[in-house]
Design a protein around this ligand. Structure first.
Ligand code: FMN
Length: 391
């Protein structure tokens, strides 16, 4: 349990060591800023707030402690206690008094600042003075110290920060180990999928070689029907989403992995729903890649097409679900009308080729990062295509 918070500080210009208060980013928060020399090597950083008043009992002192911090400037928004808020801006607030703010760095008090109540109140109301430009804003709010930290003497904090530093380093080491493990797992899955795809592709040739009847893949194996879901899936995620979708839609005549159909089967239904994960950094999934030349030769005149794509927005942020765009092209060129474009709101990624007019080309599912949203997304999209395709 990291009891000290890591101060999230950022770059700034050189400057003398200075601290001050500034307006909070929203009412109820106070900004504290600091700018100091690069030679400073901070181990522990503590802010202590103490209020005084002639007309009202002041609350006890409040401290905020951070470690370790070596950066050169910051603006950090801090939360105050209920008691302190009541004292400063509550219905029975103090009329006269002041707030002193002590800044402790490396076990030394480097500054003690005193502000009148109106100055602090202004800042708490989001109206006070701004922090200097060179102090860059840290992220998040600092909460008040736990009892354990607040009761710790300044002199104890340095050794405590060493412990916290070790804890942080250990956490980072474990996270890196986990990242490498996952990467290897993915690589192994990819190698397996590629080997399986290669074995499948070799089958017809082997059959021909031993004299088996050649298969005519331009002839459909399925009878004409209204609606089908066709998907490719290397590690099963797209297959799972296809199942979910079928359950939601209800009226689906075929649910088929494309390894089990002929290309011509894609054109036997009126409403074609296709599913594809993106692989190999922005490429089509292997089975779709193998079938694509034959798909290009088909006509989809008078058909409707909707597609769903799987991708990993954190692992492959710059090629997010790119495969969807490449797969859709031959269907649209063949005359199919696209249904089910889907908003990009709520997804985390940098770039994607699967966006047209500000929307995804179809439903996007990210099981790696947002699996908790999968069911909800499938449900809403199913309702959308039911309407657009007239299912
Ligand atoms: C080697 C590899 C490359 C990938 N490349 C991409 C990519 O470029 N873009 C993307 O959005 N997702 C990418 N992914 C993530 C997959 O699309 C994602 O894991 C998907 O859920 C896999 O679906 P499947 O199990 O149906 O094959 C990649 C995954 C792996 C393992």
């Amino acid at each position: 349990m990291a009891l000290l918070k890591k101060l999230n500080l950022m770059r700034s210009n050189e400057g003398p060591a200075q601290f001050g208060i500034s307006k909070g980013d929203e009412p109820g928060h106070l900004g504290i800023w600091g700018v100091w020399k690069s030679s400073e090597n901070l181990e522990v950083f503590r802010i202590v707030l103490q209020a005084q008043s002639q007309d009202r009992k002041a609350p006890g002192q409040v401290s905020y402690t951070l470690a370790p911090a070596k950066e050169k400037s910051f603006v950090q928004f801090i939360e105050t206690t209920q008691e302190m808020k009541q004292f400063l801006v509550g219905s029975d607030r103090a009329r006269t008094g002041e707030v002193s703010i002590q800044i402790w760095l490396n076990n030394q008090r480097v500054q003690a600042l005193v502000y009148s109540l109106p100055e602090v109140i202004q800042c708490l109301r989001g109206k006070g003075s701004k922090a200097p430009q060179q102090a860059e804003v840290g992220s998040g709010y600092l909460s008040v110290d736990s009892k354990e930290i607040a009761s710790m003497a300044h002199s104890e904090l340095k050794s405590y920060s060493e412990k916290v530093k070790a804890e942080i380093a250990e956490k980072l080491r474990k996270a890196e180990e986990e990242r490498i493990r996952l990467e290897e797992e993915k690589k192994a899955a990819l190698a397996k999928a590629q080997a399986e795809a290669a074995a499948k592709a070799a089958k017809p040739a082997a059959q021909a070689a031993i004299g088996g009847a050649p298969v005519d893949r331009s002839k459909p194996t399925l009878a004409p029907a209204k609606t089908a879901i066709f998907f490719g899936s290397s590690t099963g995620n797209t297959a799972n989403v296809a199942e979910l979708l079928k359950k939601e839609l209800g009226s689906v005549d075929y649910l088929k992995n494309i390894t089990d159909i002929h290309p011509a089967d894609l054109a036997v239904v009126e409403n074609i729903i296709i599913g594809i994960p993106t692989w190999h950094i922005g490429e089509l999934q292997d089975d779709w890649a193998a079938m694509l030349p034959e798909v290009k030769a088909l006509s989809f005149a008078g058909k409707k097409v909707a597609l769903f794509g799987l991708g990993d927005g954190k692992g492959y942020a710059d090629t997010y679900v790119d495969g969807m765009a490449e797969l859709l092209e031959p269907f649209e060129k063949g005359g199919a009308k696209l249904c089910g474009q889907w908003p990009t709101v709520g997804y985390e990624f940098n770039k994607s080729k699967a966006i047209r007019d500000g929307k995804f080309l179809g439903l996007v599912i990210d099981v790696e990062n947002q699996d908790n949203l999968t069911d909800k997304r499938v449900k809403s999209w199913a309702a959308l295509i039911q309407k657009e395709m007239g299912l």
